[in-house]
Ligand binder design. Structure first.
Ligand code: UD1
Ligand code: CA
Length: 456
């Protein structure tokens, strides 16, 4: 018998007050729905059905879907109606698990017991005990303690609203039974919707055994209906990631000010200061130090690298023993070899910098190849753009470029050349010579500064 998973993601998410479908709002940089699909995949469901409706094309465009069967729910008539749309594609002999696209942090371990109960013919639902149950459906019990149904908050009496055991939304049941139950639903309730939650009372009436499984970790099962809840779940997810980093031997002076929106692979003795934002794929070697307020997206960093405060780094490689920042910007396709120094207010784009080379202050290096042991003086600019096309600058090994130099590309500075400060270099420069372009310095002896005319 195999497991079919239905993920409900058709709703608009009115309470988000957004033009974007709710399930596409990002949590740790990825759509809510992507997190739910990850968990569905981890459960190894034989088939995953995602019910979409509001913003369906947008959702499909943003979610990689080779193993997903999309189900269209043209009108969002309720969670029960949504499940009914997916049922025709599911075989009677299967077990079905229903997941909600707006409950992103649930884990495989929490859902597995539901699936095994359903595989044994029962209806199983995941519940939780919340101090503040507002907004959730409440679990109703018979006098003997067994579950008899779920009441939605909008339909609940004040006695029912006082109950603290809530419906998380996750339900598992044998497919043939669930099919019958959702087909028989009505929309006779406060919201005029076909509630999936009503299948529980139906299962009980029919004599199917209904089991509640209480979630151990409440944070996993909180739903996201508005931006406040989104923020709460984001912090919860980040806290979990920070704890994983600490366990893995990374120092975080304040785990509450750490944001990983992607995947971090890290060596030993890493130090990540406050307010770092790490996005995409980040690979750090051993003994890397990242200063405060550093933003990195897709970066590979070698051993013993120090990144000082306030750097912005995107799609870049930094070789071992290098020192970056403070206030440096590495843009896409920047590759720094080992032991390079990139200092404050330096921007580098689409360039290779050779081993031991230094660009310490106030420079723009774009579309450039720099050899080893080069010194780029303060305020050096590669003029790579002529207004229509980009051109390359090539700088050989051991070149010394004086401060405030403009290199007008395409141009090549051959190995060992020295360029005098303040030069505008428009032609190729030979190896090992001093080249400069500078007007002669003049002194006008006896010249007097103008003085202010006396008033009146
Ligand atoms: C639902 C449950 C409630 C539970 C809570 C847990 C119902 C009737 N209520 O309430 O008992 O405590 O979740 O978070 O199930 N959706 C569709 N099609 C629709 C309507 C909704 O696909 O026609 C999707 C939504 O996109 C969302 C999910 O189903 O991902 C839940 O819908 P939502 O409106 O958020 O239900 P809640 O009011 O939170
Ligand atoms: Ca919800």
């Amino acid at each position: 018998m195999s497991l079919s998973i239905i993920i409900l993601a058709a709703g608009q998410g009115t309470r988000m007050r957004s033009a974007r479908p709710k399930v596409l709002h990002p949590l740790a940089g990825r759509p809510l729905l992507a997190h739910v699909i990850d968990t569905a995949r981890a459960l190894q469901g034989s088939d995953i059905h995602v019910v979409i409706g509001h913003g369906a094309e947008q959702v499909q465009a943003l979610i990689p879907d080779s193993d997903i069967q999309w189900v269209l729910q043209a009108d969002q008539l309720g969670t029960g109606h949504a499940v009914a749309q997916a049922m025709p594609a599911i075989a009677d002999g299967n077990t079905v698990l229903v997941m909600y696209g707006d409950v992103p942090l649930v884990s495989r371990e929490t859902l597995e017991p539901l699936c095994s109960l359903a595989a044994r013919g029962m209806a199983a639902l995941l519940t939780a005990e919340l101090d503040n149950p507002a907004g959730y459906g409440r679990i109703l019990h018979h006098a003997d303690g067994s579950i008899c149904g779920i009441v939605e908050e909008k339909d609940a009496s004040s006695a029912e609203k006082a109950l603290h055991e809530i419906n998380t939304g996750f339900i598992a049941a044998p497919a043939a039974r669930l099919r019958g139950w959702v087909e028989a639903l009505d929309n006779n309730n406060a919201q005029g919707e076909f509630y999936l939650t009503d299948v529980i009372a139906r299962a009980v009436t029919e004599g199917t055994s209904v089991r509640g499984v209480m979630a151990e970790n409440i944070n996993e099962v909180l739903g996201i209906n508005d931006r406040r809840q989104l923020a709460v779940q984001e912090r919860c997810f980040q806290q979990r990631q920070a704890e994983r980093c600490l366990q893995a031997g990374i120092t975080l002076p304040d785990p509450a000010r750490f944001d990983l929106r992607g995947e971090l692979t890290a060596g030993q003795d890493i130090y990540i200061d406050i307010n770092a934002v790490l996005e995409g794929k980040i690979i750090l070697g051993d003994r890397v130090t990242i200063g405060p307020n550093v933003v990195m997206r897709n970066a590979t960093v070698g051993d013993d690298v120090t990144i000082l405060a306030n750097c912005v780094i995107e799609d870049a490689e930094i070789g071992a023993g290098s020192r970056i920042g403070p206030f440096a910007r590495l843009r896409p396709e920047t590759r720094l070899a080992a032991h390079t120094h990139v200092g404050n207010f330096v921007e580098i784009k689409k360039s290779d910098v050779g081993e031991g080379s230094k660009i310490n202050h106030l420079s723009y290096i774009g579309d450039t190849s720099i050899g080893a042991d080069v010194n780029i003086g303060a305020g050096t600019i590669t003029c790579n753009y002529d207004g229509a096309n980009k051109h390359r600058t090539v700088i050989g090994d051991r070149v010394f470029i004086g401060s405030d130099t403009q290199l007008v590309a395409p141009v090549e500075i051959q190995a060992g050349a020295t360029i005098g400060a303040g030069s505008t270099i428009t032609r190729d420069v030979p190896a090992n010579e001093l080249t400069l372009s500078r007007t002669q310095q003049q002194t006008h002896t006896g010249w007097k500064r103008p003085v202010k005319k006396p008033k009146g």
